[in-house]
Write a protein that binds this ligand. Structure first.
Ligand SMILES: Nc1ncnc2c1ncn2[C@@H]1O[C@H](COP(=O)(O)OP(=O)(O)OP(=O)(O)O)[C@@H](O)[C@H]1O
Ligand SMILES: [Mg+2]
Length: 405
């Protein structure tokens, strides 16, 4: 049967398939709506890897574009370390997004000496500003945006997402610049700024920015993303499979939800794996779901871990330690899980205890674990919450499940 796969483990979710987070949406859409009355708003979305930051930002953008008739810009800032490149990226994306708008020429004309067009299956514009122009925009970014929005005749405002704010977070100049941009927008352009800014990044990046300028964090409405609830994940699987006219057995849903462990990216991987295990079936049985979970485990192993794992960490003792940490982590994944070396060693066998220090050093070198807080405190955390889930799936004992299959 020719069914379309409703799962997408490799990209932010399509806003139409966005699941759950109703409290967050309800509260923050109200804040977003205030920009309609020319009051600028700034959001900061934090959450661990794969928790759904880009998906949520993209949901807000879609909402603003469709319901408020805004122009939306979503850029990924990973690897960009200076403000000039950030501004260039924003303007380039904006020019590309408004190409079909009636007011395009008015805006384009002011940049035309700085734009190259590349014709490759449609036109894409490259913004190559002079240093002078860029410096000028950087010094007057608030005024620049407000003036631009004034040209949007049939659009009501602007929403800009600066995603993966990693590269810039270490740069104290950025936080100071952003703070002064936000203040200017608010004071000099009061009543004239239908502008919403959304920044998204890892929690530790926000901490660094806060340390660089404590006033910076005060600008924002903060959204801290945690794991999805079992109910939200159940709804997601039901809706996704219903869309392709498939039902799910109750014990199948249980295993899908259990191994998703609250993680949106794991939920998509498991849905995807389960979809691949179906043929002409109309029903997801326990057996299909079980194979789907193993498939997903294999995928994350290949995608995330294989390059990191080598034979040394797979020794019996290492694996035993890993399984124990993973089990401990699984029940705490939506909070930030960490453990203390001294306390954790009590759970280990004598042989495991002997290699525990080496294990931790090795896992840290491979970037599977990292220090939680200062080095000397002896606290550790997983760098990616998919790792403990992977280990958990690996230890799924097939023989134990044989009776059910
Ligand atoms: N609310 C949701 N409903 C359904 N799927 C979701 C939801 N949130 C996230 N996902 C899925 O989870 C995965 C990770 O989402 P996303 O890329 O938005 O996370 P992220 O926090 O931006 O990740 P990263 O830290 O890697 O940037 C994607 O496959 C996405 O489709
Ligand atoms: Mg992201």
């Amino acid at each position: 049967m020719d069914r379309i796969n409703p799962f997408n483990p490799d990209s932010p979710v399509d806003p139409n398939n966005f699941e759950g987070r109703e409290d967050i949406l309800e509260k923050n859409i109200k804040i977003l709506m205030e920009t309609k009355h020319n009051k600028p708003k700034h959001f900061f979305i934090t959450g661990n890897r794969g928790m759904g930051k880009s998906s949520l930002a993209s949901y807000f953008k879609d909402y603003a574009e469709k319901k408020l008739k805004y122009i939306g810009v979503h850029i990924y800032n990973d690897g960009v370390h200076d403000i000039e490149s950030l501004i260039r990226q924003i303007i380039e994306e904006l020019l590309n997004n408004i190409q079909k708008e009636s007011f395009f020429n008015k805006i384009f004309n002011s940049f035309k000496n700085h734009v190259e067009s590349v014709n490759l299956f449609g036109t894409s514009l490259k913004f190559k500003p002079s240093e002078n122009l860029l410096d000028h925009i950087k010094d007057n970014f608030a005024g620049f945006l407000v003036n631009m929005v004034n040209e949007f005749d049939n659009k009501n405002g602007l929403i800009i997402i600066i995603d993966d704010i990693n590269g810039l977070s270490d740069n104290p100049e950025f936080v100071n610049w952003y703070k002064s941009f936000a203040d200017t927008l608010f004071t000099n352009y009061r009543g004239k700024s239908p502008i919403c800014m959304i920044l998204a990044g890892y929690p530790e990046k926000l901490e660094i920015m806060h340390e660089n300028n404590p006033s910076f964090t005060r600008i924002f409405s903060h959204i801290k993303l945690k794991g999805l609830s079992d109910k939200e994940i159940t709804d997601f699987f039901n809706k996704s499979f219903n869309k392709i006219n498939m039902g799910i057995d109750p014990d199948a849903i249980d295993i899908l939800v259990k191994y998703s462990s609250g993680l949106p990216n794991m939920m998509q991987e498991i849905g995807n794996g389960t979809f691949y295990m179906t043929n002409d079936d109309d029903l997801i049985t326990y057996y299909i779901a079980f194979k789907g979970v193993l498939y997903a485990g294999d995928e994350i192993g290949k995608k995330y871990l294989q390059p990191l794992f080598d034979s040394s960490i797979r020794s019996m003792e290492y694996l035993g330690i890993f399984e124990k940490i993973a089990k401990d982590a699984i029940s705490n994944l939506d909070e930030d899980y960490f453990f203390r070396k001294k306390d954790f060693s009590k759970n280990l066998t004598e042989n495991e205890k002997k290699v525990f220090t080496n294990f931790l050093n090795r896992a840290r070198k491979l970037k599977i674990l990292d220090y939680h807080g200062p080095k000397k405190s002896g606290y550790y955390k997983f760098t990616n919450n998919l790792y403990p889930v992977y280990i958990d799936i690996q230890s799924l004992d097939e023989t134990q499940n044989k009776n059910r299959l």
